[in-house]
Design a protein around this ligand. Sequence first.
Ligand code: ZN
Length: 478
Amino acid sequence: ATVDTDGRELVGGWVSVTGGRIEAVGSSLDPLPVVGAETQVVDVADCLVTPGLVNTHHHIYQNLTRAYPPMTDKPLFGWLQSLYPLWRAIDEESVHASAFVGLAELALSGCTTSTDHLYLHPRGAGDLLGAEISAARSLGMRFHPTRGSMSLSQKDGGLPPDDVVADDDEILAASEEAVHRHHDRSFGAMTRVALAPCSPFSVTERLMVASAELAERLDVRLHTHFAENSEDDDFSIATFGCRPMEYLERTGWCTDRTWVAHCVMPNPDEVARLGAAGIGVAHCPSSNCILASGISPVNALRAAGVKVGLGVDGSSSADSASMWLEARAALLLAKLRDGAHTMTARAVLEIATRGGAGCLGREGELGVLAPGAVADLAVWRLDGPLFAGAIADPVEAWLRCGPAAAWHTVVNGRFVVRDGHVTHAGLPDMLREHARNGLQSQLDAAVGASRHQVHAHVRDMAMADRILDEVAQDHLHG
Ligand code: ZN
């Protein structure tokens, strides 16, 4: 399934790749490319080959606190306020481990490009953006991290605690520096940076305006949370005297360099305005379900010309990070919302690939199997009990049967996942590092509590005891 402009599906198809680019694509009727001595041939008979999936919204560091018991039953605002105290402990080491593991998880679901909305930069935590970029490079994933920010704390009427926010000017300087250091403008770039104030309820209006101006000046993309649920709407009306859409307009964000996450609550007039502005939307169906935010009007958004992509959202709300699962949820929810005939697996595949590329400003370069595009692709086995009887339509089967994981995930012409496994030999070590950091941050928050209370929240008791002892030792040594 090429997902090219003609939606071509090539039976017995093949893809030839050279130097990180797709050279040619054909069907069994086309002559095969000439195979040289150095050519690697991979037989994927009976598999579905698609462009690699593009993840347009995530907070990877949240995978350190997945399925954290006290938070599993709260809507957005309460959920955030319960988790901020745990998240303030992140540092370079934990962000590196979380990014490595989180991107590996995404690759296993056929994802080849991911963004990350990293908005938490506690004072003294180090170069968190650099840490996650180095993890993505080591793994070989195409990465669009955003320099996120929070500047409106509780004392100024915002949601986050005072000690995790920064000053507007500090944020703008750090954002500009991040772009100069990491943003690669070339075709086929592996790293691009966008600016991403966290959300209207956690940054000042001045920062929203200044970020849009800075993005314009640096020619980079803009990202934030938008119209996420009714609390978000209510906050906007009470604080800014207008709905989130009007706030986006008055802060200079209605430009085609903007893509927003969630967009659950726009009314029909706002849908039209989003489309006219050329804004992109990261649809995050699982997270919207878990936090009971609502169902985004994806069909209406697409009909209005909005570029809709898919996002797994932060791993503490979704809590999985499988692009296949998000694609499946997008299929089911659009049907449930608008009618059985209104969404197909093909449309969702387009959202998960071309749509995501549109959100990131890389149409034609990513998310398509076509000559000249980057060599990012996913290979899906459609055999075994899960797919028995699915003979007539491999694309519908891909999303209606399953669950499916990628058999191969190729990024920039290199295998990140092969035969269903992550190819990087460092994954087991990184998982241990991740476990240590995740537990540490959960225990840091609980260290005031008794050992008994800690055990009530942590499954691995031996490890909990070990770390509590370490923490106690640290206290002893000042
Ligand atoms: Zn989010």
